[in-house]
Write a protein that binds this ligand. Structure first.
Ligand code: LCS
Length: 388
């Protein structure tokens, strides 16, 4: 089936007991055993069934298998947040004394997790520009277990060649993990391009309505078993209701992504011609460095735009304080259009040198284009830009 059909029907069937088309919410912490032997068999993995929601739950399992299907993976696990998904992934592939390599341009929270927290567990992390394949090759050593990339990257919209990274990772016997949050499986399926692990902040496009925090990881069955054997003990489980909300969001993912892409393309073109804008970063524009690669590995260019305002940080501040329809807030992939300043907000965990190294300027503004009417958003940006 095509992904537009899979997001609606994939893995889902009417409820066996009641016929309910929408899955019932299993809002329970525990599950009753038929008798003492039944409980003991479940604990020994001799029989399938649910014990306790931190370990498994029907809503969470359905979401995990649906995400595996959408990403062309064998299996998946769901977590309480995107960062919990990333933490559990790293500690499932690497242990103390081992090493991972990450692209240098990633969400600021992920950057802190890798730079500050992982070394306290003895896991060393090296950051490198993964578009430079020679440098990437030289950074991987005998202790390296994983290469981690985001593409398109938060917040610069840098595009990294997933196929080339996958080849390199295979040659060096390390896993390639792609954070596919910005693209979603509707626009890009990294496993089909050779990646081993794909993860998401489900807080964003997957749920789509800005009302939950969640994370998803998919990959091979044996990796997924190792991942969840740890995850359930670490206690990173999502609530059944939040899993249900992500499942509900997924039903409209394909149509939402179409509109996000349509609006973003129109707004990026408007901004690119505006005299108060220095430069626009949108993979759908032919001037974007990663445009040709994005055309090859994505089916459309997504809903995220970055731009440098002429006049730097102060001009950007006037713009952000003047918008009326767009909301000044972090997060992304929401129905509402959100505007923010990465250097002082989502990426304030980067120091000045690190910001410079990955090209996040002080005048750089990030726009997560929502589902409003594009011209209404353009009118709002126009009146705000007029105040600079
Ligand atoms: N991966 C990416 C690409 C993200 O953008 C984020 C959060 C995460 C992982 C972490 O997911 P969470 O734990 O928040 O569910 N990005 C955010 C952002 O750009 N603004 O606010 C959060």
């Amino acid at each position: 089936m095509h992904i537009e059909t899979d997001v609606v029907h994939g893995g889902q069937h009417p409820d066996k007991v009641t016929g309910a088309l929408s899955p019932p919410i299993y809002q329970t912490s525990t599950f009753a055993f038929r008798d003492a032997d039944h409980g003991a068999r479940l604990f020994k993995d001799e029989e399938e069934g649910h014990i306790y929601t931190r370990i498994s739950n029907p809503n969470i399992d359905l979401l995990a298998s649906k995400m595996a299907l959408l990403e062309s993976a064998e299996a998946g696990s769901v977590f309480a947040s995107g960062l919990a998904a990333i933490f559990n992934t790293v500690v499932s592939v690497a242990k103390s004394g081992e090493h991972i390599v990450s692209d240098d341009t990633i969400y600021g929270g992920t950057f802190t997790l890798l730079k500050e927290i992982m070394p306290t567990l003895g896991i060393e992390v090296t950051f490198v520009d993964a578009t430079d394949l020679n440098k990437l090759f030289d950074t991987i050593n005998d202790r390296t277990r994983m290469l981690f990339i985001e593409t398109p990257a938060n917040p610069t919209l840098k595009i990294i060649d997933i196929g080339e990274c996958a080849k390199l990772a295979r040659d060096k016997s390390v896993s390639l993990c792609v954070d596919n949050t910005f693209a979603t499986p509707c626009l890009q399926r990294p496993i089909e391009l050779g990646a081993d692990i794909v993860l998401h902040s489900a807080t964003k496009y997957l749920s789509g309505h800005g009302d939950i925090i969640g994370g998803v990881v998919v990959g091979k069955k044996d990796f997924n078993k190792r991942l969840w054997d740890k995850g359930k003990e670490i206690g990173a489980s999502i609530s059944p209701f939040n899993a249900w909300l992500i499942l509900r969001g997924l039903k409209t993912l394909a149509v939402r992504m179409e509109r996000h892409c349509f609006n973003a393309f129109k707004i990026a073109n408007y901004l690119a011609k505006h005299k108060k804008i220095e430069q626009v970063y949108y993979p759908g524009l032919s001037i974007h460095r990663g445009h040709d690669l994005a055309k090859r590995q994505m089916s459309a260019f997504g809903g995220m735009i970055g731009f440098d305002v002429k006049g730097g940080k102060e001009a950007g501040k006037v713009l952000m304080n003047s918008v009326e329809l767009c909301t000044l807030a972090v997060s992304l992939g929401d129905v509402d259009t959100l505007i923010e300043h990465p250097a002082s907000m989502t990426h304030s965990t980067y120091n000045e040198e690190e910001l410079r190294a990955c090209g996040i300027g002080f005048g750089y503004v990030r726009l997560s284009v929502g589902l409003e009417y594009a011209d209404d958003l353009i009118d709002d940006l126009e009146q705000a830009l007029a105040k600079i």
